[in-house]
Write a protein that binds this ligand. Structure first.
Ligand SMILES: C[S@@+](CC[C@H](N)C(=O)[O-])C[C@H]1O[C@@H](n2cnc3c(N)ncnc32)[C@H](O)[C@@H]1O
Length: 263
Protein backbone atom coordinates (compact mmCIF):
# COMPACT_ATOMS: atom_id res chain seq x y z
CA UNK A 1 0.00 0.00 0.00
CA UNK A 2 2.75 2.35 1.02
CA UNK A 3 4.67 1.62 -2.20
CA UNK A 4 1.61 2.28 -4.31
CA UNK A 5 0.97 5.57 -2.55
CA UNK A 6 4.60 6.56 -3.20
CA UNK A 7 4.22 5.79 -6.93
CA UNK A 8 1.31 8.19 -7.05
CA UNK A 9 3.44 11.13 -5.98
CA UNK A 10 3.39 13.68 -8.78
CA UNK A 11 6.66 14.27 -10.57
CA UNK A 12 7.73 17.65 -11.88
CA UNK A 13 6.62 16.44 -15.33
CA UNK A 14 3.09 15.75 -14.04
CA UNK A 15 3.02 19.18 -12.46
CA UNK A 16 4.17 21.07 -15.55
CA UNK A 17 1.86 19.00 -17.73
CA UNK A 18 -1.14 19.18 -15.44
CA UNK A 19 -0.93 22.87 -14.58
CA UNK A 20 0.01 24.07 -18.05
CA UNK A 21 2.69 26.47 -16.91
CA UNK A 22 6.43 26.09 -17.44
CA UNK A 23 9.14 28.61 -16.82
CA UNK A 24 12.80 29.46 -17.06
CA UNK A 25 14.89 32.03 -15.22
CA UNK A 26 14.57 35.59 -16.53
CA UNK A 27 11.29 34.86 -18.35
CA UNK A 28 10.44 36.54 -21.65
CA UNK A 29 13.21 39.16 -21.34
CA UNK A 30 15.81 36.43 -21.07
CA UNK A 31 14.30 34.63 -24.06
CA UNK A 32 14.56 37.73 -26.24
CA UNK A 33 18.15 38.34 -25.12
CA UNK A 34 19.07 34.72 -25.86
CA UNK A 35 17.50 34.79 -29.34
CA UNK A 36 19.30 38.07 -30.10
CA UNK A 37 22.63 36.61 -28.96
CA UNK A 38 22.06 33.63 -31.26
CA UNK A 39 21.29 35.97 -34.18
CA UNK A 40 18.28 33.96 -35.42
CA UNK A 41 17.22 35.13 -38.90
CA UNK A 42 13.95 34.70 -40.85
CA UNK A 43 13.66 31.38 -42.65
CA UNK A 44 16.17 29.58 -40.43
CA UNK A 45 15.41 26.13 -39.07
CA UNK A 46 15.41 26.35 -35.30
CA UNK A 47 15.08 23.53 -32.78
CA UNK A 48 13.56 24.28 -29.37
CA UNK A 49 14.69 21.63 -26.89
CA UNK A 50 12.41 21.08 -23.86
CA UNK A 51 9.86 23.56 -25.19
CA UNK A 52 7.42 23.25 -22.28
CA UNK A 53 4.14 25.02 -23.04
CA UNK A 54 5.59 26.44 -26.25
CA UNK A 55 5.97 30.18 -25.67
CA UNK A 56 9.48 30.45 -27.13
CA UNK A 57 8.59 28.25 -30.12
CA UNK A 58 5.69 30.57 -31.00
CA UNK A 59 7.80 33.69 -30.44
CA UNK A 60 10.52 32.39 -32.77
CA UNK A 61 7.96 31.64 -35.49
CA UNK A 62 5.91 34.81 -35.12
CA UNK A 63 8.45 37.53 -34.41
CA UNK A 64 11.67 36.10 -35.83
CA UNK A 65 10.25 34.31 -38.90
CA UNK A 66 11.90 30.99 -38.00
CA UNK A 67 10.74 27.52 -39.02
CA UNK A 68 10.55 25.74 -35.70
CA UNK A 69 10.68 22.18 -34.47
CA UNK A 70 9.87 22.14 -30.75
CA UNK A 71 10.21 19.03 -28.62
CA UNK A 72 9.63 17.98 -25.08
CA UNK A 73 9.89 14.68 -23.25
CA UNK A 74 6.45 15.23 -21.70
CA UNK A 75 3.42 14.51 -23.92
CA UNK A 76 1.22 16.26 -21.34
CA UNK A 77 3.09 19.53 -21.57
CA UNK A 78 3.05 19.33 -25.37
CA UNK A 79 -0.75 19.36 -25.32
CA UNK A 80 -0.56 22.87 -23.85
CA UNK A 81 2.04 23.82 -26.44
CA UNK A 82 -0.31 22.53 -29.16
CA UNK A 83 -3.10 24.77 -27.91
CA UNK A 84 -0.77 27.78 -27.89
CA UNK A 85 0.52 27.06 -31.41
CA UNK A 86 -3.07 26.86 -32.72
CA UNK A 87 -4.21 29.97 -30.80
CA UNK A 88 -1.26 32.01 -32.09
CA UNK A 89 -1.87 30.90 -35.69
CA UNK A 90 1.62 29.45 -36.27
CA UNK A 91 0.68 25.82 -36.97
CA UNK A 92 2.30 26.10 -40.42
CA UNK A 93 5.66 27.11 -38.91
CA UNK A 94 5.89 25.10 -35.68
CA UNK A 95 6.15 21.31 -35.52
CA UNK A 96 5.75 19.79 -32.06
CA UNK A 97 7.06 16.38 -31.09
CA UNK A 98 7.75 14.16 -28.12
CA UNK A 99 11.48 13.49 -27.91
CA UNK A 100 14.34 13.26 -25.46
CA UNK A 101 17.04 15.96 -25.42
CA UNK A 102 19.56 13.23 -24.68
CA UNK A 103 18.75 11.28 -27.83
CA UNK A 104 17.53 13.63 -30.54
CA UNK A 105 15.75 11.96 -33.49
CA UNK A 106 17.41 14.12 -36.18
CA UNK A 107 20.25 13.64 -38.64
CA UNK A 108 23.51 15.50 -38.02
CA UNK A 109 23.46 19.07 -39.34
CA UNK A 110 19.66 19.47 -39.45
CA UNK A 111 19.32 22.92 -37.82
CA UNK A 112 20.74 26.45 -38.10
CA UNK A 113 20.13 27.07 -34.41
CA UNK A 114 18.89 25.32 -31.28
CA UNK A 115 17.55 26.87 -28.11
CA UNK A 116 17.01 25.37 -24.65
CA UNK A 117 15.79 27.17 -21.54
CA UNK A 118 16.15 25.51 -18.18
CA UNK A 119 16.24 21.98 -19.59
CA UNK A 120 19.82 20.72 -19.39
CA UNK A 121 19.80 21.07 -15.60
CA UNK A 122 17.28 18.16 -15.65
CA UNK A 123 19.32 16.03 -18.08
CA UNK A 124 22.60 14.24 -18.42
CA UNK A 125 24.19 17.55 -19.33
CA UNK A 126 27.15 16.25 -21.34
CA UNK A 127 24.90 13.99 -23.40
CA UNK A 128 22.25 16.66 -24.09
CA UNK A 129 24.92 19.23 -25.09
CA UNK A 130 26.58 16.67 -27.39
CA UNK A 131 23.23 15.95 -29.02
CA UNK A 132 22.49 19.67 -29.48
CA UNK A 133 25.83 20.11 -31.24
CA UNK A 134 25.37 17.02 -33.41
CA UNK A 135 22.10 18.24 -34.95
CA UNK A 136 23.48 21.72 -35.76
CA UNK A 137 24.86 22.66 -39.15
CA UNK A 138 28.53 23.69 -39.30
CA UNK A 139 28.56 27.27 -38.01
CA UNK A 140 25.22 26.71 -36.23
CA UNK A 141 24.55 28.07 -32.78
CA UNK A 142 23.10 26.63 -29.58
CA UNK A 143 21.66 29.14 -27.10
CA UNK A 144 21.05 27.80 -23.62
CA UNK A 145 19.64 29.52 -20.54
CA UNK A 146 20.50 27.60 -17.38
CA UNK A 147 20.33 28.26 -13.67
CA UNK A 148 23.89 29.08 -12.61
CA UNK A 149 25.59 29.53 -9.26
CA UNK A 150 26.98 33.06 -9.01
CA UNK A 151 29.05 32.09 -5.96
CA UNK A 152 29.40 28.83 -4.04
CA UNK A 153 26.43 28.32 -1.70
CA UNK A 154 26.74 26.61 1.69
CA UNK A 155 26.31 22.84 1.30
CA UNK A 156 22.95 22.73 3.05
CA UNK A 157 21.54 25.23 0.49
CA UNK A 158 23.25 23.55 -2.47
CA UNK A 159 21.27 20.39 -1.71
CA UNK A 160 18.10 22.29 -2.72
CA UNK A 161 19.32 22.28 -6.33
CA UNK A 162 21.02 18.94 -6.56
CA UNK A 163 19.58 15.49 -6.34
CA UNK A 164 15.97 14.60 -6.97
CA UNK A 165 13.11 17.10 -6.71
CA UNK A 166 9.59 15.92 -7.51
CA UNK A 167 11.00 12.74 -9.05
CA UNK A 168 13.29 14.60 -11.44
CA UNK A 169 17.07 14.72 -11.25
CA UNK A 170 18.27 18.32 -10.89
CA UNK A 171 21.79 19.70 -11.02
CA UNK A 172 22.73 23.38 -11.21
CA UNK A 173 26.34 24.28 -12.07
CA UNK A 174 28.49 27.38 -11.92
CA UNK A 175 29.54 29.29 -15.05
CA UNK A 176 32.91 27.54 -15.42
CA UNK A 177 31.26 24.12 -15.07
CA UNK A 178 28.56 24.92 -17.66
CA UNK A 179 31.16 26.20 -20.11
CA UNK A 180 33.19 23.02 -19.57
CA UNK A 181 30.08 20.95 -20.44
CA UNK A 182 29.65 22.83 -23.74
CA UNK A 183 33.35 22.76 -24.61
CA UNK A 184 33.39 19.04 -23.79
CA UNK A 185 30.49 18.53 -26.22
CA UNK A 186 32.74 19.87 -28.99
CA UNK A 187 31.48 23.43 -29.46
CA UNK A 188 34.22 25.56 -30.99
CA UNK A 189 33.37 28.76 -29.11
CA UNK A 190 31.31 29.31 -25.96
CA UNK A 191 30.40 32.72 -24.57
CA UNK A 192 28.25 33.49 -21.55
CA UNK A 193 26.44 36.35 -19.89
CA UNK A 194 25.31 36.04 -16.27
CA UNK A 195 22.22 37.65 -14.77
CA UNK A 196 20.79 37.84 -11.28
CA UNK A 197 17.36 36.37 -10.57
CA UNK A 198 14.52 38.76 -9.98
CA UNK A 199 11.39 37.43 -8.32
CA UNK A 200 9.36 40.26 -9.90
CA UNK A 201 10.70 39.62 -13.41
CA UNK A 202 9.79 35.96 -12.92
CA UNK A 203 6.26 36.69 -11.75
CA UNK A 204 5.65 39.30 -14.46
CA UNK A 205 6.91 36.90 -17.07
CA UNK A 206 4.52 34.18 -15.89
CA UNK A 207 1.62 36.59 -16.17
CA UNK A 208 2.72 37.61 -19.68
CA UNK A 209 3.17 34.01 -20.85
CA UNK A 210 0.32 32.25 -19.10
CA UNK A 211 -2.17 35.05 -18.54
CA UNK A 212 -3.48 35.99 -15.08
CA UNK A 213 -6.30 33.45 -15.17
CA UNK A 214 -4.16 30.47 -16.13
CA UNK A 215 -1.49 31.44 -13.61
CA UNK A 216 -3.95 31.81 -10.73
CA UNK A 217 -5.74 28.59 -11.63
CA UNK A 218 -2.43 26.71 -11.64
CA UNK A 219 -1.39 28.22 -8.30
CA UNK A 220 -4.70 27.28 -6.65
CA UNK A 221 -4.57 23.80 -8.20
CA UNK A 222 -1.06 23.20 -6.86
CA UNK A 223 -2.01 24.50 -3.41
CA UNK A 224 -4.81 21.93 -3.33
CA UNK A 225 -2.41 19.05 -3.96
CA UNK A 226 -1.13 17.81 -0.57
CA UNK A 227 2.22 16.58 -1.93
CA UNK A 228 2.97 19.83 -3.73
CA UNK A 229 1.77 21.80 -0.73
CA UNK A 230 4.00 19.89 1.64
CA UNK A 231 7.09 20.28 -0.57
CA UNK A 232 6.75 23.60 -2.38
CA UNK A 233 4.89 25.49 0.31
CA UNK A 234 6.81 24.03 3.23
CA UNK A 235 7.99 26.95 5.39
CA UNK A 236 11.40 25.44 5.99
CA UNK A 237 12.01 24.81 2.27
CA UNK A 238 10.74 28.30 1.42
CA UNK A 239 13.09 29.89 3.97
CA UNK A 240 16.04 27.98 2.54
CA UNK A 241 15.00 28.88 -1.03
CA UNK A 242 14.98 32.58 -0.07
CA UNK A 243 18.47 32.22 1.44
CA UNK A 244 19.63 30.59 -1.79
CA UNK A 245 18.56 33.53 -4.03
CA UNK A 246 21.80 35.60 -3.68
CA UNK A 247 23.83 32.58 -4.75
CA UNK A 248 21.98 31.77 -7.98
CA UNK A 249 21.29 33.52 -11.22
CA UNK A 250 21.11 32.35 -14.77
CA UNK A 251 23.57 32.15 -17.58
CA UNK A 252 22.86 32.74 -21.24
CA UNK A 253 25.32 30.44 -22.97
CA UNK A 254 25.93 30.85 -26.69
CA UNK A 255 27.73 27.85 -28.13
CA UNK A 256 28.99 27.93 -31.72
CA UNK A 257 29.62 24.93 -33.87
CA UNK A 258 32.82 25.15 -35.90
CA UNK A 259 32.20 26.89 -39.25
CA UNK A 260 32.35 24.79 -42.46
CA UNK A 261 36.05 25.53 -43.16
CA UNK A 262 37.14 24.21 -39.75
CA UNK A 263 35.34 20.87 -40.11
C1 LIG B 1 11.61 24.16 -16.34
S1 LIG B 1 10.73 23.52 -17.70
C2 LIG B 1 11.15 24.71 -18.96
C3 LIG B 1 10.23 24.60 -20.15
C4 LIG B 1 10.43 25.66 -21.23
N1 LIG B 1 11.77 25.61 -21.77
C5 LIG B 1 10.11 27.02 -20.68
O1 LIG B 1 11.03 27.83 -20.56
O2 LIG B 1 8.95 27.27 -20.36
C6 LIG B 1 11.72 22.13 -18.18
C7 LIG B 1 11.18 21.41 -19.41
O3 LIG B 1 12.15 20.49 -19.85
C8 LIG B 1 11.49 19.31 -20.23
N2 LIG B 1 12.48 18.25 -20.17
C9 LIG B 1 13.10 17.76 -19.07
N3 LIG B 1 13.95 16.76 -19.41
C10 LIG B 1 13.88 16.64 -20.76
C11 LIG B 1 14.51 15.79 -21.71
N4 LIG B 1 15.39 14.85 -21.35
N5 LIG B 1 14.19 15.95 -23.02
C12 LIG B 1 13.28 16.88 -23.42
N6 LIG B 1 12.65 17.69 -22.56
C13 LIG B 1 12.94 17.58 -21.25
C14 LIG B 1 10.36 19.19 -19.24
O4 LIG B 1 9.34 18.31 -19.66
C15 LIG B 1 9.90 20.63 -19.12
O5 LIG B 1 8.92 20.94 -20.07
Amino acid sequence: MRDRAEHKKPTAYDLWGGLGITEHPGGVNATRRLIALCGVRPGQNVLVIGCGTGHTACLLAKEYGARVVALDVSPQVLRWAGRRVAAEGVSDRVILMVADAQNLPFAPGSFDAAVAESVLMFCDQAQAATEARRVLKPGGVFGDNELTYLKPPPDRLRSLLSGEIFGVRVRALNEVEWKAVFAGAGFARVTSVLHRLSVWEQLWSHLQIDGVRQYLTATIQSLRDPTVRSLAFNLDVLRQAIRLVPYVGYGLYVCRNAPPDDN
